[in-house]
Design a protein around this ligand. Structure first.
Ligand code: PLP
Length: 403
C-alpha cells in the first residue's frame, strides 16, 4: 500500500543529506567535543560548523546559538531561565491561549511558583489583538512569549509588530519558532526577538536535538547545571551527531526555503480547494487568508464526523494525518487552540490537520482528494447526527446549517 505522510507538523522524515552528514559521528568521529586531544578537536569543529549553519538560517551570530535536546527544552529554558534571572524586575508574563503545551504548561508551572501570567485571547480566525497585548503590559511584565507559527492551524503571528511593542516597553520577547523555521523566512534581527526556539525533528533532522537563539547579553539562568558547555548556558556533553544533523538541516532549510515553501503552498492550496469543492459542510480552522498561514498547514472540520474516526479510516488507505496535535491525541479533550477560537465543540472534535512537507507530491494529493470525499460521506451516513430528525430544535444541526 502507498504511504502518504501528511503529518509533518508532528514530525518530519530525516532528509537524506542530513543522515549522510551525521553518520560519521556514530562511527569513527566519537570524540567528546570538550576534549583537547585529536578525538575531541575533530568533533568540536563539526559542532561549531553546525552552530554557524543554524546562525546563518536565522541571521544571528554563532555565539548566540545554544544547542538543546528539543523544542520543549528551549521553551522551558526561555521561560524558566528568564523568570529566575529577572526576579528583581518583576513576575508577570504575557503569552497566548494558543501556544504549544511546551509554553502553556511551563507557564502553568510558573504560576504555581508565584508568577502571574496573562493568556491573550484570539479571535475566530485565531489571530491576536495587539491592542490587547499592549494593554496587558504592566510595570511587573518581564516577558512576552508568542509563537511564530501555530502548529494546529498554521496561523502566522505578527512577530515583527510584537517585537516593536516589546522594545518600546523594554520587555524581553521570546518566540517559539519551531513550526515557522524552514517554512517562512525567520530573521531574529528583523523580528526583534531576544530568544527564539527551533527543533530539529520538525525540519528534517532527527528527534532529540534543537536550538535556542539567545541575544547577546541576555541574562538567563540555565535549566541544566553541570559542565561549562555552551558558554555555561547549558551543561551536558553535546549530542554531536544530532547537532551536526541540525546544522545540515538548517543549511538545507535556508538553501531550499523558497522552493520548498512554494511547493508545499501549491499542494496545500490544491488540497484545500479540492476539499472545498467536493465536500459540503466543512469549516476551515485558521485564518481564511492562506498568506496568513504557514504554507504547509490545512486544518478542516468535517461536520458530523469525529476527527479520530476519519484518521483511522484514512490510515486504512495509508494516509497519515492528525486530529488536534500529536501531543493531545489520545485524550478526548478537544484542542485548546480551537477552543480559544470558539470553534463549537462538536466541530472541534471533527477537526483534521493535514500538514505537508517538501517530499509530498501532486499524485499524493490527487489520491487524498479521491479517497477523502468518499470516506467522509461513508462516515457521515453512519453518524446519528447526520440523520438527525429533530433539526428544528437541535443546536448542533443549527451550527452546522450555518456553515
Ligand atoms: C513540536 C513543537 C514543539 C516541541 O518541540 P519538540 O522538539 O518536539 O520538543 C514546540 N512548539 C511547537 C510549535 C511545536 O510544533
Amino acid at each position: 500500500m502507498k504511504q502518504i505522510y501528511l503529518d509533518n507538523n508532528a514530525t518530519t522524515p530525516v532528509h537524506p543529506e542530513v543522515l549522510e552528514a551525521m553518520l560519521p559521528f556514530y562511527r569513527d568521529q566519537f570524540g567528546n567535543p570538550s576534549s583537547v586531544h585529536w578525538a575531541g578537536r575533530a568533533v568540536s569543529g563539526a559542532v561549531e560548523k553546525a552552530r554557524e549553519q543554524v546562525a546563518a538560517l536565522i541571521n544571528c551570530s554563532p555565539a548566540e546559538v545554544v544547542f538543546t535536546s528539543c523544542g520543549s527544552e528551549g521553551d522551558n529554558m526561555a521561560l524558566k531561565g528568564t523568570v529566575d534571572a529577572l526576579r528583581d524586575k518583576g513576575n508577570h508574563i504575557i503569552t497566548t491561549k494558543v501556544e504549544h503545551p511546551a509554553v502553556l504548561e511551563t507557564c502553568k508551572y510558573l504560576e504555581r511558583t508565584g508568577c502571574e501570567v496573562t493568556y491573550l485571547s484570539v479571535d475566530q480566525d485565531g489571530m491576536l489583538d495587539l491592542a490587547e497585548l499592549e494593554a496587558a503590559i504592566t510595570e511587573r511584565t518581564i516577558l512576552i512569549s508568542v509563537m511564530w507559527g501555530n502548529n494546529e492551524t498554521g496561523n502566522i503571528f505578527p512577530i515583527e509588530e510584537i517585537g516593536q511593542i516589546a522594545r518600546k516597553y523594554k520587555i524581553r520577547f521570546h518566540t517559539d519558532a519551531v513550526q515557522a523555521v524552514g517554512k517562512v523566512p525567520v530573521d531574529v534581527k528583523k523580528a526583534g526577538v531576544d530568544m527564539l526556539v527551533l527543533s530539529g525533528h520538525k525540519i528534517g533532522a532527527p528527534k532529540g536535538v534543537g536550538a535556542i537563539y539567545i541575544k547577546r547579553g541576555t541574562r538567563m539562568t540555565p535549566l541544566l547545571h553541570g559542565g561549562h558547555q555552551e558558554r555555561n548556558r547549558r551543561a551536558g556533553t553535546h549530542n554531536v551527531a544530532g547537532i551536526v544533523a541540525l546544522g545540515k538541516a538548517c543549511e538545507i532549510a535556508g538553501r531550499d526555503l523558497e522552493k520548498n515553501a512554494a511547493h508545499m503552498r501549491r499542494l496545500r492550496d490544491k488540497l484545500e480547494a479540492g476539499i472545498k469543492a467536493a465536500i459540503p459542510q466543512i469549516k476551515l480552522n485558521g485564518h481564511p487568508d492562506p498568506d496568513k498561514r504557514l504554507p504547509n498547514t490545512l486544518n478542516v472540520s468535517f461536520a458530523y464526523i469525529e476527527g479520530e474516526s476519519l484518521l483511522l479510516n484514512l490510515d486504512m488507505y495509508g494516509i497519515a494525518a492528525s486530529s488536534g496535535s500529536a501531543c493531545t491525541s489520545g485524550s478526548l479533550e478537544p484542542s485548546h487552540v480551537l477552543g480559544a477560537m470558539c470553534v463549537e465543540v462538536t466541530l472541534a472534535h471533527s477537526s483534521t490537520r493535514f500538514s505537508l512537507g517538501p517530499q509530498n507530491t501532486e499524485e499524493e494529493i490527487d489520491f487524498v482528494l479521491d479517497v477523502l470525499p468518499k470516506t467522509v460521506q461513508r462516515l457521515r451516513e453512519m453518524s446519528p447526527l447526520y440523520n438527525c430528525r429533530n433539526e428544528e430544535q437541535c443546536e448542533t444541526c443549527e451550527t452546522i446549517r450555518r456553515l
